[in-house]
Design a protein around this ligand. Sequence first.
Ligand SMILES: [Zn+2]
Length: 332
Amino acid sequence: MSSQERELNVEITPLFIDSFAKTFISRRDCYPWQQADGSYISVHKPLTADLLQRHFKGSITLGAYALNSASMAQWICLDADDETQWDQLGELADTLQAQSIQSYREPSRRGGHLWLFTPPLPGIFARRFAKQLITENNVPQVELYPKQDELTTGLGSLVRLPLGVHRKSGQVYPFVNRDGVPISSHPTGDTRTLLHEQMAIFADPSRVPLPFIMRVLARVPPDPLPLPKLTPEFRTTHATDGLPLSERLKSQISVLEFVSHYVQLDDRNLGYCPFHDDQIRSFGVHPDQNYWHCFAGCGGGSIIDFWMKWRERNGQDSSFKATVTELRQMLL
Ligand SMILES: [Zn+2]
């Protein structure tokens, strides 16, 4: 459909506009306005029903900020730049659909947007949830909106408000199903019907249930902790010629110095165990024998044992081989 056809045909009721706007628009105190070159300027004036009406009629095109003034999100938009990424997003949509999670495909000039609507979420959790989906489904190249965990300055990221005219291409890109057919309960409807149908769908879109979001968030590995810098005090003075790598690590590296970068130890070398919910400083290092121990049952041993447990805790590969390899890169 071209913008001209829409201009002639469409009358949209305020109720439709208001419901649709509530789905996509996070704030009404300002709005992004798309220019002829496709860029946006921020207009610091209230977003009125009349401006929205003009968006759907095609005479102007608005954007939608991803976060409200309290840094809350109610949608996630994944942006594919090209056909390859768009196909990958299609696969993600299928994967979600198989778990009864509805996402919405909005193709564009090339690539397109995949939308997920959520209950109101702090931006940081919306992004963590989306990043985990992206990671698990191997689509790391797609762009994720919101782009900020929270707003510190400015208005944050924005996406073109759907069902408007792309100022650069002059086209409108309706939402489509997996076969590329515009979604509607009347698939053969005329322009007016299609726009109305889609506005009705997005006045009350299917939202990702909170339990699903919580399950995905539970799979997010904790942020990796900073690696210690190699400092001379890690080195003991033991002779290690001819020993295998693991024995060299055990002999050359001071467990006390290494562990001190991760566990705060008191002057008796005791601290809160990083491997269980410790209230009583069950964790200790014995510098003379160069080993650590947890009295609450987490075990103990060499630097390798410590780092295996640390990697396991962080959701990383905790095999002996991966652990020794990393320690060698860090320390030797
Ligand atoms: Zn412990």
